[in-house]
Design a protein around this ligand. Structure first.
Ligand SMILES: *[C@@H]1O[C@H](CO)[C@@H](O)[C@H](O)[C@H]1NC(C)=O
Length: 127
C-alpha cells in the first residue's frame, strides 16, 4: 500500500508505534490505560485468579493480559517488576490507567474503602 506523499492528515509512524511500541514500558503504559481496570496476570497463578474473582464479584469486568500467553510477556513482566520496585510481579492491577499494585495493595484498598471510589472514578463501577 502506498501513501500519498502530499497527505498530511495521516501519520503512518504514529500508527505503527501504537501496534508495535518498541519500548516495553511504553507498551505497558498503553495497555494499562486501555480500559478502566487492567490486570496483568499469569494464567496459572492463584493470586491472579483471586484478584480476577474479586473484581468480577464486585461487578467489574477487568481487561486481563495473561503474560505467559503473550510472546512479549517476559518483557512486560520485567517492566512491571521495575514499576513495583522489585518482588513478585503478578497480578499487577491498574485502575484508570494508574498503578494500584499487586494483590496486597488491592486488598488493602478494598479494606480501607478507597477501592470502590477509585473504580467509580475510573468508570468501572456505577452503583
Ligand atoms: C488505603 O490503602 C491503599 C493501599 O495500601 C493506600 O495506598 C491508601 O493510601 C490507603 N488510603 C487510606 C485513606 O488509608
Amino acid at each position: 500500500m502506498q501513501y500519498q506523499s502530499d497527505s498530511h492528515n495521516y501519520c503512518p509512524s504514529s500508527v505503527h508505534s501504537l501496534t508495535t511500541a518498541v519500548d516495553p514500558l511504553e507498551r505497558v503504559v498503553r495497555l494499562a490505560s486501555g480500559s478502566a481496570v487492567v490486570i496483568f496476570s499469569i494464567s496459572t497463578c492463584c493470586m491472579c485468579h483471586a484478584v480476577k474473582s474479586l473484581f468480577c464479584g464486585m461487578g467489574v469486568n477487568p481487561t486481563v493480559y495473561e503474560l505467559d500467553q503473550d510472546p512479549r510477556g517476559k518483557e512486560i513482566e520485567r517492566v512491571l517488576t521495575r514499576l513495583l520496585g522489585g518482588g513478585s510481579a503478578v497480578p499487577v492491577v491498574f485502575i484508570g490507567g494508574r498503578l494500584v499494585g499487586a494483590m496486597d495493595r488491592v486488598m488493602a484498598s478494598h479494606i480501607n474503602g478507597t477501592l470502590v471510589p477509585l473504580l467509580k472514578e475510573a468508570g468501572a463501577l456505577w452503583l
